[in-house]
Design a protein around this ligand. Structure first.
Ligand SMILES: Cc1ncc(COP(=O)(O)O)c(C=O)c1O
Length: 384
């Protein structure tokens, strides 16, 4: 193999956290050093500063930093006192943390279908899931739409459905913070929103972290109490049963630096998505943000004809190009979740997507030349 061939075959990262680290360099080092100097590792000033910056960024009245995206979901459901006998509608085609937050509280996730084109909750299936819950003698309490792969769900339709049935809405924006729907950023679109700062997320920290967003003063106060063991006005008074659900100060310091470049990174991701769509739109079904939405492209997920995926993944792997499949098993097929009810009418689009989807490398530092290499490899593999 000559030198040129080796450069061409250099492995490509799926998500390049290190490239962003190089860009931010000493800004992150200095931010962490400031925390190491003041030693307020829990609920330090950076946590409050980050919450204020995130509120300004997305337009939510309250932002509550917390320990993970899962805990963000859990804290809201706990604040709403959701528990046994309650039903919460979730899409089946999602990461299982969505249903986990519901099941942990003893409530029943009802698994609804998605729309194959957007990967997101289908309002018609959601409506059928409400009927399923009632038929099973459960009390429908809330809907959790997921903004999968970075693209907002159909929030207007879901909010309208929730209002018609007297349900709460908790947006699982773990993959999509920074995206917009009808010109508004996720976080301020519905009763409550949860996001994750897991390192691979579009806005990720250097460990676990998450946040709750809401305009509801009473909900915000309950979530703030629940994230610190259900504390009352006096921190040694327990007014409810809570969690150790706080965001670490060091993670908040990291996020404050990352938030400064986040808009620029979102634009770079969008350019990369545009290059993929132009290069692959005639050989695969490529994702499109609707006219009214923008995506943060947490994943760039294409759809293939059945039977083509394994061959493509193997061909790309042989050329140093990683891929991932989110999700081969929707919730209704997961060992821990298959006992939960599925919405009447079933979840055919979730089943279909599970056999079709494959995600390609996507991050803000994906250079056009590298992307050309990926596009060329995908085209060759699918032509073969
Ligand atoms: C849709 C969705 N919901 C919830 C979560 C949970 O976030 P975390 O890993 O921060 O707990 C994730 C994380 O991958 C996710 O993708």
């Amino acid at each position: 193999m000559n030198q040129h061939a080796r450069v061409e075959d250099k492995p490509i990262p799926f998500i390049d956290v290190a490239a962003q680290r190089r860009r931010l360099g000493s800004a992150i080092d200095d931010a962490v050093a400031r925390v190491l100097a003041h030693c307020q590792f829990i609920q330090g000033p950076e946590v409050r500063a980050l919450e204020a910056e995130l509120a300004a960024f997305c337009g939510a009245r309250h932002v509550i930093g917390c320990s993970s995206g899962t805990d963000a979901l859990l804290l809201v459901l706990m604040a709403w006192e959701i528990g046994p006998g309650d039903a919460v509608i979730c899409p089946s085609f999602t990461y299982h943390a969505t249903g986990e937050a519901v099941a942990l509280l003893g409530a029943t996730p009802i698994l609804a279908d998605v729309q194959a084109e957007s990967f997101n909750l289908d309002p018609a299936s959601c409506e059928r899931a409400i009927a399923t819950a009632k038929r099973l003698g459960l009390k429908p309490r809330a809907i959790i739409p997921v903004d999968l792969f970075g693209l907002p769900a159909d929030h207007d339709a879901i909010n309208a459905l929730a209002a018609a049935h007297g349900l709460l809405v908790l947006d699982d924006a773990a993959q999509a913070f920074g995206a917009t729907y009808h010109g508004r950023k996720l976080g301020a679109l519905t009763t409550a929103t949860a996001t994750s700062f897991f390192p691979a997320k579009p806005l990720g920290c250097y460990g676990d972290g998450g946040a709750v967003f809401t305009d509801d003063d009473a909900l915000a106060a309950r979530v703030r109490s629940l994230r610190v063991h259900g504390e009352g006005a006096d921190k040694y008074e327990a007014v409810r049963i809570g969690l150790t659900g706080r965001l670490d100060t060091i993670q908040a310091a990291v996020l404050l630096e990352k938030l400064k470049i986040f808009p620029d990174e979102i634009a770079a991701r969008d350019r990369a998505a545009g290059r993929y769509a132009a290069g692959l739109g005639d050989v695969a079904l490529v994702p499109r943000a609707g006219n009214q939405s923008t995506s943060v492209w947490a994943q760039y997920t294409i759809r293939l004809k059945p039977g083509r995926r394994d061959g493509l993944a193997a061909a790309l792997k042989a050329q140093g190009i990683p891929t991932a499949v989110y999700y081969t098993k929707p919730l209704h097929l997961q060992p821990a979740y298959r006992g939960f009810p599925v919405a009447e009418g079933g979840v055919p689009a979730s089943d279909q997507l599970a056999g079709e989807v494959i995600s390609l490398p996507m991050h803000a530092y994906l250079e056009p030349a590298v992307q050309d290499r990926i596009i060329g490899a995908v085209r060759r593999a699918l032509a073969g």
